[in-house]
Design a binder for this molecule. Sequence first.
Ligand code: PLP
Length: 400
Amino acid sequence: MIPALMPTYNRANLAFERGEGARLWTDDGRRFLDFGAGIATSSIGHANPHLTKAIADQAGRVMHVSNLYRIPEAEKLAARHVAASFADSVFFGNSGAEANEGMIKAVRKYHAETGHPERYEILCFEGAFHGRTLGTLAATGNEKYLAGFGPPLEGFQHLPFDNMNALRSAISGKTAGIMIEPVQGEGGVRPCPDRFLQDIRAVCDEYGLLMALDEVQSGMGRTGKLWAYEWAGIEPDVMSAAKGIAGGFPLGAVLAKEKVAQYLKPGTHGSTYGGNPLACAAGNAVLDVVLAPGFLDGVARVSAHLWRGLEGLVTKHPSVVEGVRGRGLLCGLKLTPAVSNGDMQAAAVAEGLLTVAAGMNVLRLAPPLIITEADADEAVELLDRACRRMTPSNAKVAAK
Ligand SMILES: *Cc1c(COP(=O)(O)O)cnc(C)c1O
């Protein structure tokens, strides 16, 4: 018989009842070090007192009123995001996919309103992940996810990653913009070279295209800058955000330059819950932490420390780990073909460490941004033990 909870996920048989910082406890009392953070989302740790209090206080005042009224918490959060980024204006929704839907609509609307409705095609990349709604599935372009859901939404083309020749030859009179993750998360923790982002910026300027960044996973301090595009010294025209921006409370956002945002006039786009007082109270509390002086430098420092430890695993377990990839605290171990990331993830769980599998046989690490160097050392130690379980001569034992 089908479970009451629709079985769209292969869930690990772990149920957590409590968390604190980077640690989670199951209902049967086992303790885990959480280097998955609910897929890069619990950005300031579990049960963060500042975030918890902000949510409780706001819930006790008013949770939801709809966007028919002014929402001071949303106005404040938008103003802070504008001050801290390239953007001039922000739209709030509830998830990453919804943010990307808004971003895709913004890109198409810009061209329609500037006299080029025929420009609606968005160039995307192999290995991308943009979400599971019908529009974002088409932008994702992964055959496995598209299968069985009818014709994909028209207007997306997928190009080889980091290949300017292919990109230039794909541009046509239909092209509206280029959509890319600065670090591909689901696709295998693959960082986009800074030079590729700079070249995309230049080609967008040359052809009048919009540069649309999906920073749902790479943003909100995860790479050691507030937004990953900052590393490349460029600015997009429009960007999506979600995951870490409210620390685990559902919130998504489209950040845009005025030249794009000006066409999303009343009635063009909307969301019932989007940016409600509760979600924005959570978003403001997360920003209090992430924008505090020195916080992002701390993320950069602890990630450099973590990377040194992870690189040690490559030397120590060459039959298991091929390399370390990603940027900052969105990183991963590229495993050898002899070892599957699913088995390695299970071995890490057996050692008390939570991670997330990603494409290209990568074991993804995306801990809360508040981890200490001691937490990083502990994770490396647990991964070291997991690698020992996976070393071919021990693999049979690990499988039991
Ligand atoms: C997770 C993710 C999404 C989708 O976010 P949801 O909140 O699951 O809809 C989109 N883009 C990227 C890069 C992501 O990592």
